[in-house]
Write a protein that binds this ligand. Sequence first.
Ligand code: ADP
Ligand code: UDP
Length: 235
Amino acid sequence: MSDKKIYEGKAKILYETDNPEEILVYYKDDATAGNGAKKGTIADKGIMNNKMTAFFFDLLAKNGVAHHYLRVISDREAIVKKLTIIPLEVIIRNVAAGSLAQRLGLAEGTPMRLPVIELCYKNDELGDPMVNRYHVLAMNFATDDELTAIQNISLKVNDVLKNFLKEKKVDLIDFKLEFGRDKDGKVILADEISPDNCRFWDSDTKEKLDKDRFRRDLGGVEDAYKEMLRRLTGM
Ligand code: ADP
Ligand code: UDP
């Protein structure tokens, strides 16, 4: 296998493989917050996020959601379908928290009548600014049909994850998804699903079991990731 690095991001590294349609994803322990302003590491995060992402993608596949994960090949490595990433961060929210709570002056934990979908232009230098459907179409980030597919898949992912997590006594507060186009132009769910990009709260105590423990210096960061992995897989 060739080990040509394609890209190093904040949490993962992408490598070429011998198969031009597949790439290797390596999960690091590096953690950032505030668009890179705060940096640190979370012990074994890469191992736990690789496992949790594989678990969630398996669950989604069983529920008819197409995604990029092909196989896990080591603790920190997975092979995924190479996609052209659509430059959008798609945020799905069930309960007001984080930037939404701040923006609308709501207490964190305020329930909402319907899931909310927000679109952000994926651009670190600009701080991932929020955009709407008009911006996406005008800038040609995605087509109308692609946006409709993204919206439908996002709501389906939300239903599957929310219902599954409920049984594990976890509230799915919000999460971020990314999508890409495969070689036939089909929109496919990409990237990762882990405590790095989801807010998970214990259903009874509302304790945070996600990266907010790192972002907000709450302590117990590793233990929160471990607890999520345990609830999902029993590991
Ligand atoms: P960031 O780029 O925000 O620092 P990461 O460290 O997680 O984030 O880097 C992983 C990168 O891989 C992201 O930019 C993501 O868009 C990209 N990516 C995820 N899945 C795929 C895929 N299947 N094909 C190509 N790129 C992907
Ligand atoms: N999120 C993410 N990457 C980002 C921004 C947000 O994965 O660059 C996730 C975050 O983990 C949370 C959801 O998207 O689950 C909503 O985040 P929010 O907009 O509230 O941002 P924050 O409070 O982190 O600034």
